[in-house]
Design a protein around this ligand. Structure first.
Ligand SMILES: [Zn+2]
Ligand SMILES: [Zn+2]
Length: 847
């Protein structure tokens, strides 16, 4: 390649383009853009601390897809959002500001949260900017903003009014560490090491009955004992009374849900150990006995041994086990591995505690949720089954109240007299009942008693998913929507990772059915996770340090890092592959170097001058291959298969364009022949198409090369600090990202099958030549002066138009296509004979 010394410096060039995009508003959403709307329901990242490789991974995949649709002429509406109304933000604030939310005055704690949000929001924006994100920050929304609070509370009141939301005292899943209710969707199942303790219960006749349990600490809450009706061993026990090791009397019931082979086949029903206990209490009308407080510690209850009161679950278990051992009621213990439901956020086993909570009646809508699955395109399609399995397995209504401090308050008051609901007016929203000082009263009591009893506020906030489930509506109502205001629903696409199908997908679909009677999007693009090593999800703990995305972007370039993220198939988890990072870096450098060669040789070329004669066969071939590659990539990208698209690009770029076309065409490019213009024409269009095809993946180097220019005043070096460069001048679009996706050029006149086959045969001859040359001599100079290609008549016809380029490339004095039934071929040292195999053979894959 012609001699210039400069290199592509991503450390300065990437930030340059990021700032330029922002300054020029390249990715600003224009409601009046003529293309059809392609709206993306971006996952708003949760403000929980630093972003890690996992975020960079899945967000980049959707980002590339968005960028592709923009080039296809769609009016892409791609917003950024922040999810900052939940427990993670609260926890972060406690850490950042050294506060304990429960010990801080509510208003000042909320202020602290807003300070922390502001600080981290800026970090989040910078993070994605540094990775080259092409979204519109003007469309940013925050799930704690007054507008979103108003929307969320208004939806709450509407659904309450329609009877889809209700309040009830009911056993709920509860995390004793986070001290909050937890939805079924927030519970992970983890195998933990536990112990099976054999406890001795006694019949009235004084006989021992052994019960094996992993939760001896719940013994004070034992309200009944169950056996299986078909279990012959215990037939005599049914309906009898047993005495627990703590001296309480409980009745024995028979129920199919007892598994005779598990433990001793006799189980305690405690309020509450698991979902079965909840079921039994309801079905058998048992009196519940609650021993765990909402603080997750043992209550000051007469049934709880004195030593256990005020202690945590873990501590209480140890104390009771000791007591039972001393009394002889614990006769044996053996370790077991068992599955425990844990809070996904903190890994603590969840408890079941009955409290007053608000619920969305999701169980009544199972059928509609199942039907909705067919109205959405799932990418990849098997994710639909995950959703359906989840819906079918739902056994709890969605608990939406959280006893936390920072979040969207539940807009409800209670009458101090009749405990009935007192609701705010719509025009009072958003409202925080906990801080509201407006005098209000219950109409019913006022009329009945003629006096004002006043109200108490609801103290809980909404589950953060309640608001996240409204992101399509939040997007729909954005003030910058112009003519699309209130017309964005349903959206075109929602991207997210597979682990939140059970929460974000499910709840958003439910809200969509409630509010619009329509599913929220056309397409769901479900990504996987990037793993640090086997089975380890990258998180704050494992994703910092040497896998910090910003540090990797600094060292290898954001483009190279992004390249890695497209290596995974859609929906699949992958290990982070540092080798792929090197490949990404090599690709960036190669695009730059190829571009330098192309630009150096286009200095006297004007693409507006159409070729006066037919293009050379080789030039037609590369243009044909380019268009074909673009079409194949488009097909994959439209199915969100970015991994396959990347692979198609790489095969074309490295093999067809760099290794073969550029090498074969050099001879003509350096000559002054008439055919030079044909080569320039092909170089211009093929290289520009290459920049376009890689632009969704590598936003920076593609923009750089679109604006690069040869600096005539400086020995023909490339001038890069320029935003009105060579390709821009002719294409007249300010950015490569606003150019149209490549399509076929009209100058392809030869039949496609002739080009395809001609290319295959040419590459085969070239490969044979390269192999033969390296066998004979090392170095540049070819040992051959003559080449004979043995082929059929048909192949001869196809290959003929390519021969001049092959000749230039191999620097032989003569190249002859000889019919392969020629009996004798005279061979000397300077003569290379290439035998073309029959064309049915597989085309050469790799040179
Ligand atoms: Zn927790
Ligand atoms: Zn009242």
């Amino acid at each position: 390649m012609a001699g210039t010394a400069e290199k592509y410096d991503h450390k300065t060039r990437e930030p340059y383009w990021q700032a330029w995009w922002k300054k020029e508003g390249i990715f600003r959403f224009d409601p009046n853009h003529p293309g059809s709307l392609y709206s993306i329901d971006t996952p708003p990242p949760t403000i929980s601390g630093n972003l890690h490789l996992g975020h960079a991974f899945s967000y980049s995949q959707a980002e590339a897809v968005a960028s592709y649709f923009r080039m296809k002429g769609y009016n892409v509406r791609y917003p950024f959002g922040l999810d900052n109304n939940g427990l993670p933000t609260e926890k972060l604030t406690e850490k950042e500001e050294g506060l304990d939310a429960s010990q801080t005055e509510l208003a000042s704690f909320q202020q602290a949260c807003f300070r922390v949000i502001e600080k981290f929001a800026e970090q989040y924006r910078r993070f994605f900017e540094r990775l080259g994100f092409r979204w519109d920050l003007n469309l940013e929304y925050s799930t704690i903003s007054p507008e979103v609070q108003r929307l969320s509370q208004s939806v709450f009141l509407k659904l309450l009014n329609e009877g889809k939301i209700y309040r009830k005292k009911s056993p709920i899943l509860f995390c004793p560490v986070c001290r909050t209710s937890v939805a079924q969707a927030e519970v992970d199942h983890k195998e933990l090491q536990g112990v099976f303790y054999d406890l001795v219960f006694k019949t009235q006749e004084g006989q021992n009955v052994l019960i094996a349990t992993t939760r001896p600490e719940l013994l004070p809450a034992c309200v009944a004992v169950f056996v299986n009706p078909s279990d012959a061993r215990y037939k005599g026990l049914i309906s009898k009374q047993l005495e627990t090791p703590l001296g309480k009397r409980v009745q024995v019931f028979a129920d199919e849900r007892v598994l005779p082979e598990k433990g001793t086949g006799v189980v305690m029903c405690c309020t509450y150990g698991d979902v079965t206990d909840v079921y039994w209490v309801k079905v058998y009308g048992l009196q519940e006995n609650i021993i765990l407080s909402e603080r997750g510690v043992f209550a000051e209850s007469a049934d709880v041994p004195l030593e256990m009161r005020g202690k945590s679950v873990e501590e209480g278990r140890k104390i009771l086990v000791d007591l039972l051992k001393k009394s002889g009621a614990l006769v044996s213990e053996k370790p077991i591995a068992h599955e425990v439901g844990v809070h996904e956020r903190c890994g603590t086993p969840v408890e079941i505690i009955p409290t007053e909570q608000w619920f969305v009646g999701i169980l009544d809508f199972k059928d509609q949720l199942i039907e909705a699955a067919d109205k959405i395109n799932w990418y990849p399609s098997h994710m639909k089954k995950r959703y359906l399995d989840w819906i079918q397995g739902l056994s709890w209504d969605w608990c939406i109240s959280r006893g936390r401090f920072f979040g969207i308050p539940i807009p409800v008051f209670y009458c101090r007299n009749c405990k009935g609901l007192v609701l705010p007016q719509e025009n009072e929203l958003p409202i925080d009942p906990r801080l509201d000082k407006t005098p209000r009263s219950c109409e019913k009591c006022k009329v009945e008693f003629g006096c004002d009893f006043g109200v108490d506020p609801e103290a809980s906030v909404l589950d953060t998913w309640f608001t996240s489930a409204l992101t399509p509506q939040i997007n729909d109502q954005h003030p910058l929507n112009g003519r699309y205001l209130s017309k964005i629903y349903p959206m075109s696409m929602r991207p997210h990772a597979h682990d939140i199908i059970r929460t974000w997908s499910t709840y958003t679909i439910l809200m969509g059915l409630f509010l619009h009677n329509e599913v929220p999007w056309r397409d769901l693009m479900i990504s996987g996770h990037v793993l640090a090593k086997k089975g380890e999800k990258i998180s704050k703990k494992s994703g910092g340090g040497k896998l910090s995305p910003l540090e990797l972007a600094e060292e290898y370039s954001a483009d190279a890092l992004r390249f890695v993220f497209f290596g995974a198939g859609l929906g699949k988890d992958v290990y982070f592959d540092e080798e792929d990072l090197q490949r990404g870096r090599k690709l960036v450098v190669k695009i730059f170097n190829a571009g330098r060669f192309v630009l150096q040789n286009l200095r006297d070329f004007d693409p507006q001058v159409r070729p006066s004669s037919q293009l050379e066969a080789l030039d037609q071939w590369i243009l044909f291959k380019t268009a074909e590659t673009a079409a194949r990539m488009a097909e994959q990208l439209e199915a969100y298969e970015y991994g396959k698209a990347r692979q198609i690009f790489e095969e074309f770029f490295w093999r067809d364009f760099c290794d073969n076309y550029l090498e074969l065409v050099k001879g003509r490019v350096y000559s002054q022949a008439q055919s030079r213009h044909s080569a320039q024409y092909a170089l211009y269009h093929a290289y520009l198409s290459i920049l376009k095809m890689i632009a969704p993946f590598l936003p920076h180097v593609s923009e750089e090369m679109y604006h690069c220019e040869v600096d005539e005043s400086c020995e023909g070096r490339l001038l890069s600090s320029h935003d009105k460069g060579y390709f821009f001048k002719f294409e007249q679009r300010p950015s490569i990202h606003l150019t149209p996706w490549p399509s076929e050029v009209p100058e392809i006149s030869l039949a496609k099958n002739m080009l395809e086959l001609g290319g295959v045969l040419t590459l085969r001859v070239v490969r044979e030549f390269r192999v033969a040359k390296t066998q004979v001599v090392k170095g540049e100079r070819s040992p051959f002066t003559e080449m004979l290609v043995l082929c059929s008549d048909e192949e001869k016809k196809i290959l003929e138009p390519f021969t001049q380029d092959i000749k230039n490339f191999s620097k032989v004095e003569s190249l002859r296509l000889v019919n392969n039934d020629t009996t004798q071929v005279c061979q000397n040292n300077n003569q290379l004979v290439v035998l073309l195999l029959s064309k049915e053979e597989e085309p050469a894959k790799q040179l």
